[in-house]
Design a protein around this ligand. Structure first.
Ligand SMILES: *Cc1c(COP(=O)(O)O)cnc(C)c1O
Length: 384
């Protein structure tokens, strides 16, 4: 075993795919401290800058004083706190759904939802670029697993047509996590409805960011519970806390409570995380200036990058990838940016397809225009 593992690790290094963890010594924010040095960071999913917001911190602290730190048990045993319950009600209301259920993470929500809905008599249809947790959930369910071409509704439709499965579930990221583009959810909803399938959207990168009130993809595309029956969102990104939820009909949510193994057999989130999330939900809804500022910064970045001749992708979201191609070159560019004091994600296979390694730049509402300009000029130095 030891030898086999060592060989696999050596291969990964040789292929320039080895991952190293940076240890942060500061909170999330436009600038972070790593090994005593300050960097300008364009790699956080804390898009609205709520992870370190004083009101969110205060709610977390106050709730910890009242409820302690750990939840002590799973939701069905005795870990379901009134804080969880209130947050579920707030999430249902915010997303315009009958009911919502909290999961301890987005990864678990995806595994736990797909596996409660499907088994080997069923079929699942996933966009090729779906997040790993959706793909893993589909594979684990034992349902017939199919991937359709990225954002290609006619490819999906011909697959649905041929399927005689008992239940059919169509699944997509609402905003693709490594490309930043939208799924055509209204069209996917129509195709799904024509074939008696349910649509599930993973709104990890849309919730808080999309829609007038920040309610995410369902608000942005005006999709009700019939069109989009399974809405999953995460709390660790734009909401700035931790955890995830699924929102939908009473029947869906009760099915998850009764049958979702990833819900039943895990410890509930700390109640203080739920309390902090309720405050960040209010900030998301009331302080729309964060979304406006974010959008203005995204436009500034895209305009500047176009002027520099950088190859942008078709993304209007905070996720702004620049495809480089080889893993080695991607590492070189990200190291050059790092020596200029700027951190961006260097994303390589197997997270993205072979030959499509990229910088994954993420913009936060807390960045300043000057910081975006500094990123642009550093990118210019790398690519000139
Ligand atoms: C981050 C992410 C998840 C996982 O959520 P966690 O709460 O971090 O486990 C799921 N889906 C997508 C698209 C994501 O980007």
């Amino acid at each position: 075993m030891e030898q086999a593992l060592k060989a696999a690790l050596a291969d990964r290094k040789k292929d320039k795919l080895f991952r190293y963890r940076k240890t942060l010594e500061s909170a999330q924010g436009p600038s972070v401290i790593v090994e005593g040095r300050e960097y300008l960071a364009f790699c956080s999913n804390d898009y609205l800058g709520l992870a370190n917001h004083p009101a969110v911190i205060k709610a977390f602290r106050d709730a910890a004083n009242h409820y302690g730190v750990g939840s002590g048990a799973s939701h069905l045993v005795c870990g379901h706190s009134q804080e969880h319950h209130l947050l579920e009600e707030a999430l249902a209301e915010f997303t315009g759904r009958d009911r919502a259920i909290l999961f301890s993470s987005g990864y678990m929500a995806n595994l736990g939802t797909i596996n409660a809905l499907l088994d080997k008599s069923d079929a699942i249809f996933e966009d090729r670029l779906n997040h790993a947790s959706l793909l893993d959930g589909g594979l684990l369910s034992g349902a017939r697993f199919q991937r359709f071409l990225h954002n290609d509704c006619s490819n999906l439709e011909s697959r649905l047509q041929k399927s005689a499965a008992r239940r059919k579930l169509v699944v997509a990221d609402s905003v693709f996590s490594m490309d930043g583009d939208f799924a055509p959810l209204p069209e996917l909803a129509q195709v799904a409805q024509r074939h008696g399938a349910w649509l599930m959207a993973d709104d990890a990168h849309g919730f808080g960011v999309l829609g007038q009130r920040g309610a995410g993809c369902s608000e942005h595309f005006s999709l009700d519970q019939t069109q989009l029956p399974v809405l999953m969102g995460t709390l660790g990104k734009a909401l700035g806390t931790y955890g995830a939820f699924v929102a939908g009909s009473e029947t869906l949510i009760e099915t998850l409570i009764q049958f979702s193994r990833n819900y039943i057999y895990t410890t509930a989130l700390p109640p203080a995380v739920a309390a902090a999330t309720r405050v960040s939900l209010v900030l998301v809804e009331e302080e729309s200036w964060r979304r406006e500022k974010l959008q203005a910064l995204i436009s500034r970045f895209r305009q500047g990058a176009l002027q520099l001749g950088l190859a942008l992708m078709d993304s209007s979201t905070p996720i702004q990838p620049i495809i480089i191609g080889s893993a080695e070159k991607t590492l070189q560019v990200s190291a050059q940016l790092e020596s200029a004091g700027i951190l961006v994600g260097a994303i390589r296979p197997p997270t993205v397809a072979e030959g499509s390694a990229r910088l994954r730049i993420t913009i936060m509402a807390e960045h300043s225009e000057a910081q975006v300009d500094r990123l642009l000029s550093a990118l210019d130095d790398c690519f000139e």
